[in-house]
Design a protein around this ligand. Sequence first.
Ligand code: ATP
Ligand code: MG
Ligand code: MG
Ligand code: MG
Length: 568
Amino acid sequence: MKVSKLYAPTLKESPSDADVLSYQMLVRAGMIRKLSSGTYSYLPLGYRVIRKIEQIVREEMDAIDSQESLLPILLPAELWKESGRWEKFGPEMFRLKDRNTREYCLGPTHEEAFTDLIKNELSSYKQLPLSIYQIQNKYRDEIRPRFGLIRGKEFIMKDAYTFDRDEASLKESYAKMWEAYDRVFERCGLKVMVAEGDSGAMGGSASHEFIAFSEVGETRLVFCPACDYASTDESAVVKLAYAIEEDAMEVEKVHTPKVTTIEDLEKFFKIEGHRFAKSLVYKVLDTIVVAMIPGNRNVNEIKLINHLGVAEHDMQLASDDDIKSVLGSIPGFVGPMLSEEVLTNDKVRLLVDSRITQIPNLIVGANERDYHLKGVQYGRDFTGEVVEDLLMVEEHDVCPTCGKPLAIDYGNEVGNIFQLGDKYSRSLHATFLDENGKENYFVMGSYGIGISRTLAAIVDQHSNDRGIVWPDSVTPYGVMVTVVNTKDAAQAELGESIYTLLKDEGIDVLLDDRKMAAGKKFADADLFGIPYRITVGRKAKEGIVEVKDRHLDEMVDVDVQDVVALIK
Ligand code: ATP
Ligand code: MG
Ligand code: MG
Ligand code: MG
């Protein structure tokens, strides 16, 4: 491809809304553009990387006999009503109606659709296990889309589903998928850690998350350097939700304002005579849950989330002072301690946690939009003991598995695997006959990889201050040839001939043949991040070019004769 024809509008400066490095880099390199909040267009270079990631995923799925298919994105509401998730998915689901007022959603995930696909035709134990997947856009009305491709409203996901005859067989399918995920991320050049996951909205028993390390990651990883214990904050929260005793209680349901501004939040906290609790998810009776989580350390935020882990109210607090003023406005709550310390979110979490046992009377979420419960009592109506330990895990706390000190790191969830059991097969009546002619529910697994988020995670792990340096496996082009001065016939000709030579060798090559200042061309080459760069300059007459391996940041003079051998 010649850069003179390439559509890759590069930018000198970062766009003003770029809240994270990977997003800045991709926009500046002319690889992606935002269309609206949470939706992005992939330009030619960016889309080549997407296709490479997809291809790696395809190869690894195919290698474990998972079969590619493609289901509709437009999914009928009936399916979701059968599984119970039409209600449960909450505001994260994009819903729409056709001209006959029939209800649909844009698929946020496809457990129901795949279960429906196989349910009447996969009928015998002899056909099991079955593993099937697709690569497709997914739609989630995220409460706050952010960090570019990390959290979009529309994003590309690979989702796979397995159907097994029993738990033992599911565990085998799960292990195979896990290994395939390890290979996918390794081939993409991503350093990941596998952590015990949050089965959240998916339901089911075991799950694991693949977290790509990132200084600006949204996920807090608690792990043990001495053994393989690793967990995420989220999973700790979910454990709590199920650990709570379901005692009876006398509480009052009150209408509370929708929280969209700091003032709303203050009003909410000030509901007369009561105090708001605090940092964790608590399940009170069957339907009642409250949470207020000081968010991750990147964006100071406080979240009120329901029992699905779906944020119902979400505040962005710009500074530690904002946090102080919000928490400080809770009557009799954190008060004086706040002024003594500079608060990080983690400190807020600790402070709040350490006080939960002392607060007799609380307001908690009622798991119903804009309603809360007054007069809930800690100890009587719920306890947090099981999880307080887990959630307060800090560096140097003791590993629950081996007793050695724990460590903390941050990252982004790029993949997630779930053992679902028969949750969906049961609700959608998907069964097979075993060797005794007995009807059984399929035992299912589901497995996601965020393709577009993986792109961002790669950029995050493979950038320096000048630009991206793509791993060879996903780079949009293998080699970039820059002709310094296109008016110089020797340079122009040599550039062309190297371009043809490499193309004939089957190497994807970009030739910067533009008639413009060399400085701009070098800057663009830095931004594009092609791992091998060949610069055709003054020594063209002697048949010498400069070759730079950006992984090593090394530049060498090379005779044209040797270029192909060196690159291959
Ligand atoms: P998160 O915890 O970040 O909200 P999730 O647990 O809700 O993600 P899953 O339902 O497990 O996501 O979906 C599988 C994968 O899809 C995730 O591991 C992630 O890589 C990707 N993904 C999920 N939500 C988004 C999003 N809004 N934008 C981009 N990728 C996403
Ligand atoms: Mg999510
Ligand atoms: Mg998650
Ligand atoms: Mg997940």
